[in-house]
Design a protein around this ligand. Structure first.
Ligand code: ZN
Length: 345
């Protein structure tokens, strides 16, 4: 199953240019769903038929896009000006390897070597450049255009019980949702949405939910994990989730409060089946597609199950494989046990 994750993570899908990821997802779900379509925004929508025992319109969403950069212009020396797409920290960019545009031209974000760097300051993003080895503006423009997306150049690597990759956010969620779609039918029809443009404001999910009009929604995500150092003498007050602690159930983030009935259901099935799980610490920022979905139509009870990732939105995030496998296991179990009584007040 890590082959599927690798394939998805290594594809390029910076917000607004999710086509490469979309093609892979279509390939993997096509034989397992009905009513498959690409909506006007670029979301992949499909229905996995259920056994019909439970009459609920259930939506499950994972976002296809990843944070990255966009070409803004060309300098006479052959370097590229750029801008961030989604939430990126400029401090991590200098020295980072990137791939530019559909031709995937390799480059590196400029940086000042230690011999010269006396300032110890963070260079603002508008003063950084991407060096693709071109000697002139004309050479740089060969195969690259303004507006082209730029992704981190990072290979997917297994490191013991973890994996290291770019774009685990949210290809890990996409891979989990693909596995769930490929598995046994649920008691209800599952309306799946692989969404675009989450990283720039939950935009694809908004229109996907408008079309699906779900009565319940689940979002498969990754979430920040800041669990180091773990030395007991250095308590880290900012811990949000812990790697290896199981998939994280969101209670509240900046974009939504999870429906408490769904949270109770998720916790109950996890405890009954012995599936590791944790709560995502609620005092932190961050939002997910659920932030858009739960406010659609007359309102949609929603919940988020997220795999913790260290170094999120960077070129090399680290995720526990068991946390990721348990994301799908927890949702599979919760969906098999989902009844109308779960939503009784
Ligand atoms: Zn995400």
């Amino acid at each position: 199953m890590t082959d599927l994750l690798r394939e998805l993570c290594e594809a390029m899908g910076v917000s607004g240019e999710e086509g490469e990821v979309r093609d892979l997802i279509l390939k993997h779900i096509r034989d397992h769903v009905e009513d498959i379509r690409i909506d006007p925004m670029g979301n992949v929508l499909a229905v996995k038929r259920g056994t019909g025992q439970v009459g609920l319109r259930v939506m499950a969403a994972a976002h296809m896009d990843e944070v990255g950069l966009m070409v803004m212009g060309f300098d006479s020396d052959g370097t590229l000006r750029f801008k961030e797409v989604g939430g990126l920290d400029a401090r991590i960019l200098p020295g980072t390897r990137v791939l530019v545009g559909s031709e995937k031209v390799p480059g590196v974000v400029s940086w000042v070597p230690p011999h010269l760097n006396q300032a110890e300051e963070t260079v603002p993003i508008d003063r950084l450049r991407i060096d693709i080895g071109a000697a002139s503006k004309e050479a740089a423009q060969n195969g690259i255009e303004r507006g082209d997306r730029i992704a981190f150049a990072s290979t997917f690597t297994e490191l013991g019980p973890t994996v290291r990759s770019k774009a685990l956010d949210d290809r890990a969620g996409c891979a989990s949702l693909i596995k769930l779609v490929q598995g046994d039918p649920f008691p209800f029809d599952l309306h799946v949405a692989f969404t675009v443009q989450e990283e720039v404001g939950l935009r694809g999910a908004k229109v996907a939910a408008q079309r699906i009009q779900p009565e319940v929604a689940f979002v498969l995500e990754t979430t920040a994990c800041h669990d180091l150092p773990q030395d007991p003498d250095e308590p880290d007050q900012t811990t949000i989730t812990a790697l290896g602690g199981g998939p994280a159930i969101t209670v509240m983030d900046r974009s939504m409060i999870s429906d408490p009935r769904l949270v109770r259901h998720l916790v109950a099935v996890a405890e009954r089946e012995g599936i590791p799980h944790q709560f995502r610490s609620p005092q932190h920022a961050g939002g997910t597609d659920a932030g858009a979905i739960h406010k659609t139509g007359i309102g949609v009870p929603s919940a988020v199950v997220a795999t913790p990732c260290r170094y999120l939105h960077g070129p090399h995030s680290i995720m526990s494989l068991s946390d990721w496998e348990n994301q799908a296991a927890l949702l599979r179990t919760a969906w098999m046990a989902l009844t109308l009584s779960v939503l009784e007040r």
